[in-house]
Design a binder for this molecule. Structure first.
Ligand code: KG4
Ligand code: ZN
Length: 338
């Protein structure tokens, strides 16, 4: 507690970002430090779990110290430690979780392990400090494509999820085939601005009528088949047209399913989160839908969309305020329900 404000230290290490943040009263960001390992994993074309864990271990203390320094607080001022418990790369999650437990034990501070996707939802509580449930959320990241109805901060209802590749995973795989570097999402986003989204008609997989689930692996395979066919026929491929057409096919499905979920739930507020929520075409299209349907839209800043620890601190504070606290035997999880 400092100046009457409840202070949470957040820690996030579920994938390739080592992150720590200090958040006041759950929603005011005092510091948000992200040490990205992207340059290290880029040469391998994707995240190598063992390397990610090692780098988290090397970086975590410095990242936490920097977050504390930037927020001008000491460990005595901290009221709560929040950390990602999963889902994620389990070895990577374990580094953040063990650090949080060690700090909690040594400093005699409570700690809460949070669900990574819940934390992505909470980035909107930081973006709009007046936001409160109920609202609908679309979380699109490298590992998840989830439509979740946030009934209350304790009741998250999963309405739809990916049955195969997550949207970000499909972006990364298609980018790789196009010779773009990792992570592929931002690269495709950039290249797509130079292409024609209507030039190639890639599959829009909607699944059974009324289903809010997603399937992007067929679309990804469609892109691979298209490239192979064109190359075998000796034709030049236009990578910008492929990027724009692929992006349009993914965005069309995300937007349409979100529209269906808004109708089904009757929710009047929509929040976006996860790395793919930084996609410029998705942001534009979702804004159009929300204005057509008179829905209020919360779009976190790109820094709050991708993995960060401020969202983890926010989620932990919300849980703690409703009476949740974890003990030192909490496990790290590669998959976990809400
Ligand atoms: O949420 P996030 O930072 O990490 C996970 O929890 O997965 O999301 C990372 C994913 C990657 O697949 C990356 O390619 C994608 O988000 N991404 C994007 C964009 N920026 C990041 N995808 C499409 N367009 C973008 N601008
Ligand atoms: Zn994430």
């Amino acid at each position: 507690m400092k100046n009457g404000r409840f202070l949470t230290l957040g820690i996030e290490t579920s994938c390739d970002e080592t992150a720590a943040a200090v958040v006041a009263d759950g929603r005011a960001v005092c510091s948000n430090i992200i040490s990205s390992q992207i340059d290290i994993h880029r040469v391998f074309g994707g995240v190598v779990p063992e390397i990610a864990s090692r780098h988290h271990l090397t970086n975590i203390n410095t990242v936490i110290e920097t977050a504390m320094k930037e927020a001008s607080v000491s460990f005595d001022d901290i009221d709560l430690i929040g950390v990602t418990k999963g889902p994620g790369l389990v070895g990577a999650v374990l580094i953040g979780l063990s650090t949080a437990k060690a700090l909690s034990y040594a400093m005699k501070k409570p700690f809460v392990g949070v669900h990574h996707i819940k934390a992505h939802v909470c980035s909107s509580l930081i973006q709009d400090t007046e936001l409160k449930p109920p609202f609908l959320s679309l979380i699109v990241s490298g590992g998840h494509t989830d439509i979740i109805d946030i009934v209350s901060l304790r009741e998250y209802k999963l309405l739809g999820q990916s049955r195969d590749d997550a949207a970000g995973e499909a972006f990364d795989k298609v980018a790789r085939v196009l010779g773009l570097s990792y992570p592929g999402g931002p690269e495709i986003d950039r290249l797509a601005t130079k292409g024609n989204p209507k030039s190639i008609n890639f599959k829009r997989v909607m699944l059974e009528e009324g289903s809010l689930d997603f399937s992007f692996s067929g679309t990804k395979t469609g892109v691979l088949n298209y490239i192979n066919t064109e190359k075998q026929a000796g034709r030049d491929i236009n990578t910008a047209d492929i990027a724009a057409s692929f992006q349009a096919s993914v965005v069309d499905v995300l937007v349409e399913k979100t529209r269906m979920a808004l109708k089904k739930t009757g929710r009047k507020t929509l929040v976006l989160g996860g790395g793919v929520a930084a996609n410029s075409s998705l942001r534009t299209r979702i804004k159009e839908v929300c204005s057509e349907e008179d829905i209020s839209l919360i779009l976190p800043s790109p820094e709050l969309c991708t993995d960060n620890a401020a969202m983890v601190a926010c989620a932990a504070t919300m849980d703690y305020k409703t009476g949740i606290e974890d003990s030192l035997d909490l496990d790290a999880y590669s998959t976990i329900a809400f």
